[in-house]
Design a binder for this molecule. Sequence first.
Ligand SMILES: NCCC[C@H](NC(=O)CCC(=O)O)C(=O)O
Length: 448
Amino acid sequence: MKHFEANFDGLVGPTHNYAGLSVGNVASLNNAKDTSNPKSAAKQGLQKMKALHDMGLVQGVLAPHERPDLDALRRLGFSGSDTSVLEQAAKQAPQVLRAVYSASSMWTANAATVSPSADTADKKVHFTPANLTNKFHRSLEPETSGRILKAMFNNEQHFAHHQHLPDNDHFGDEGAANHTRLCGEYDQAGVELFVYGRHAFDSSKPAPVKYPARHTYEACEAVSRLHQLDESGVVYMQQNPDVIDQGVFHNDVISVGNQNVLFYHEQAFLNTAEKFKEIQSKFAKKSDKEFHFIKVATDQVSVEQAVKTYLFNTQLVDIGNGHMAIIAPMECKENPSVSAYLDNLITQNTPIKQVNYFDVKQSMRNGGGPACLRLRVALNEQELAATNQNVLMSEQLFSTLNTWVDKHYRDELSESDLRDPMLVIETRAALDELTQILNLGSVYPFQR
Ligand SMILES: NCCC[C@H](NC(=O)CCC(=O)O)C(=O)O
């Protein structure tokens, strides 16, 4: 049977803006209140999706959420018409208005954790939306993410959807950004690597001191239980608290894995040697492929450079014959030492043989690289056939979505635009049309 790793990229929403909402995410804070370019942001994302589709990969689209989240504003006490809710929030609580306007659902690596059917006891693909409790603007996402995922993977025979974990920092869950699946082939049982930043119920364990650890050990365990994973195919690993304090707010800022490769910075984890032994021995029981741990040492690339260029927020994709391409942001090419590192990497004896650079600057300026923009779902042929076909990239969908963006998106958005009631109306018109293009049904609160 054929099998695939499908990448579902977040379509950048019409309200993409820079609001400086993410403490611990250096790019978000540095670019706070700059003018954003929603139209070009959406087009940069679509270009990447189309390029991966053209490489022969299965590529899909994950719809953005409606912003502003007026329901959240009403829950917080603003009342009256939509226009009046906006006006009051702009006057009384501009920070809250910025937060409910965030287009952060574009980073679909945080939409959910996904376990492929080869790993789960009931042989279904399991989805748990991430609760994203650590940041108010992101905690608004799980309900709608769950509804959109159900509309994309709408077949109980193949897909199991769970509710997001309890909305509390003890179970802080940031989804696939801290989850890596290692395997021989996509349809063979693999090892799911869950990475967390701290223990919620044990304060004697190490934790960062400057920036928040968004994801807990307890959340990792809960997701692994929900997904019916067997202990023989799970490894829990703690992120090095020092790198969180240097701006590594998700593990996908400092490591990336695919199949039999884990590409990582030497400072990424705690107890690295012991944990890698566990990965190695669990992997060896699942696959006879050779496993490659590809270490980047600090004197090759510093943590600071990794955070700036997003060397590890790259995608490792299968290009056939056991070879992989690394999908990197243009920032890696523009940095002489990182591009020299990548030029050399592809000549070494590892599966990574090619590097492709993409301009995703609009997303990078909020701390989201190529890997943040995609949610990976390993599927076999039947599961792919059971997936909503309208969300899969094609020549036709690429052209339809570009036309849709041209019709509905603004070129620029600055802070003052957020109080414009017309933006609410424009966004709803855009999303209403999008749900028809992608055949999602009524996933947005304004449609229900
Ligand atoms: N995986 C990448 C996530 C980036 C995201 N940035 C933001 O939410 C910034 C939004 C702003 O500042 O406008 C975050 O930090 O969770």
